[in-house]
Design a protein around this ligand. Structure first.
Ligand code: HEM
Length: 114
């Protein structure tokens, strides 16, 4: 979810003037917020491209948003994920993650037709 989350960006319109990192953003501006880039911020996640499942702050990712628009489907997605992964590995027991590729985790089926 952090390293390659399905949601790439969010859209927002500012309801008042904002100063962000010294940049003045007037009221009514349309913003495209790249949550996929925030999830790879090295100040928050050192060595951000590394797939490290035990990161102590892994749950600080923004892939389901934060605040009042936090994804309402998050609990159902969390419940579905283990079921889907279990089924996937039942059907394709030789699947493994290629961790050699630094910026992308590639799931490699050894025989995807079987
Ligand atoms: C891995 C799966 C999912 C991801 C990554 C995801 C991601 C997100 C994100 C980033 C937002 C914030 C959008 C925004 O503020 O502009 C959002 C909102 C929302 N999501 Fe999801 N979502 C997922 C699954 C689901 C599911 C399964 C449902 C429904 C069954 C759902 C229902 C919603 C709803 C209703 C909102 C709007 C919440 C609001 O604005 O108050 N999501 N989701």
């Amino acid at each position: 979810m952090r390293r390659q989350g399905p949601a790439v960006s969010l859209a927002r319109i500012t309801t008042k003037d904002v100063v962000l990192q010294g940049q003045h953003i007037p009221c009514g501006s349309m913003l495209c917020l790249l949550i996929c880039a925030a999830n790879l911020d090295p100040d928050i996640f050192p060595d951000p491209g590394k797939f490290e499942i035990q990161r102590s702050n892994a749950n600080r990712h923004l892939s389901v948003c934060r605040g009042r628009h936090t994804c309402l489907g998050q609990p159902i997605a969390r419940a579905e994920a283990p079921v889907a992964l279990r089924k996937l590995y039942e059907r394709m027991p030789d699947l493994h993650i290629d961790l050699l590729t630094k910026t992308q985790a590639v799931i490699v089926p050894t025989d995807w037709r079987s």
